[in-house]
Ligand binder design. Structure first.
Ligand SMILES: O=C1NC(=O)[C@@H](c2ccccc2)S1
Ligand SMILES: [Zn+2]
Length: 263
């Protein structure tokens, strides 16, 4: 599906940090979430996710991360509620991680870094008919961010980890079915921060309602090590580069308010 192909490929280099100035870039992502400056909003509702594992299609290495893609031609896997007024369709999820467990997440909480961060990418299917349209619009996308910590093995993640060696190189893709992304959400999805931001890779468009979960999930050291066995490079390239540090540096808040759904 288009939701992940051409938009994540351009300029995908490990140290890619992108153009410093984005035209009108006053709502860029990721950011540091300063907890004591976030504002509780009692109007924020619980998230409502309704994912159909049968819409899971493939897993592929796009040269920057690995993406699990869902059929987003119907409203079978959706997100609504939370800070959102419309219904959003899941198109893919992917991760960002470091070369060590000391860093890797894109967002931070009071400057605290996590070893990795999961992004579930959705687009507004009430207003648009394609991801490509939504990605350019103010209220086009909703991305759920979930922090990963190293701890006990994540049983649901293992099916995905077992597929990674089959997509080691850039542009490799394999069929991947019946995966329920809900298993990657923390037990508590009522507590989150939300703010208006952008894609964290080109085209960096400022079309994202970010929903960052307060509760992290745990994965094992070995599971995360398999993420790092992926390569940025395609099979033909002479020098192979391991896929690590595929995160963007934090961006200025520019006066934005981060709201919290909890006190
Ligand atoms: O949350 C994000 N993570 C990324 O890699 C960016 C992206 C860009 C285009 C499509 C999907 C995701 S935006
Ligand atoms: Zn991402």
């Amino acid at each position: 599906t288009a939701c992940s192909s051409k938009y994540v490929l351009s300029q995908m280099h490990p140290m890619w940090q992108g153009p410093l100035a984005v035209p009108g870039g006053d709502r860029q992502s990721p950011i540091d979430i300063v907890v004591r400056k976030s504002v509780f909003d009692s109007e924020l509702k619980p998230l409502v996710t309704d994912y159909d594992p049968d819409t899971c299609q493939q897993i592929w290495n796009n040269g920057y991360s690995f993406l699990v893609e869902y059929d987003d031609t119907t409203d079978k896997s959706t997100l609504k509620g939370g800070p959102l007024q419309d219904k959003f369709r899941l198109c893919q999820f992917h991760f960002h991680w470091g070369e060590s467990n000391a860093w890797g997440s894109e967002h931070t909480v009071d400057r605290r870094l996590f070893p990795a961060e999961l992004h579930l990418v959705h687009w507004n299917s009430d207003k648009y008919s394609l991801f490509e349209e939504a990605v350019m619009e103010d209220n086009g996308l909703a991305v759920i961010g979930v922090f990963l910590k190293v701890g006990k093995r994540h049983e649901g993640l293992q099916k995905l980890v077992d597929a990674l060696p089959t997509i080691r190189h850039k542009d490799s893709v394999v069929e991947f079915t019946r995966f329920d992304p809900a298993c990657l959400l923390p037990t508590n999805t009522d507590d989150y921060w939300t703010y208006h931001g952008s894609l964290t890779t080109p085209p960096l468009t400022e079309s994202v309602s970010w929903i960052v979960m307060k509760q992290h999930i745990e994965v094992s050291h070995d599971q995360l090590a398999v993420f790092r066995s992926l390569l940025f490079t395609s099979a033909e390239e002479e020098v192979q580069k391991s896929m690590v540090n595929n995160f963007r540096v934090q961006q200025p808040l520019r006066g934005r308010t981060v709201r919290s759904s909890f006190t």
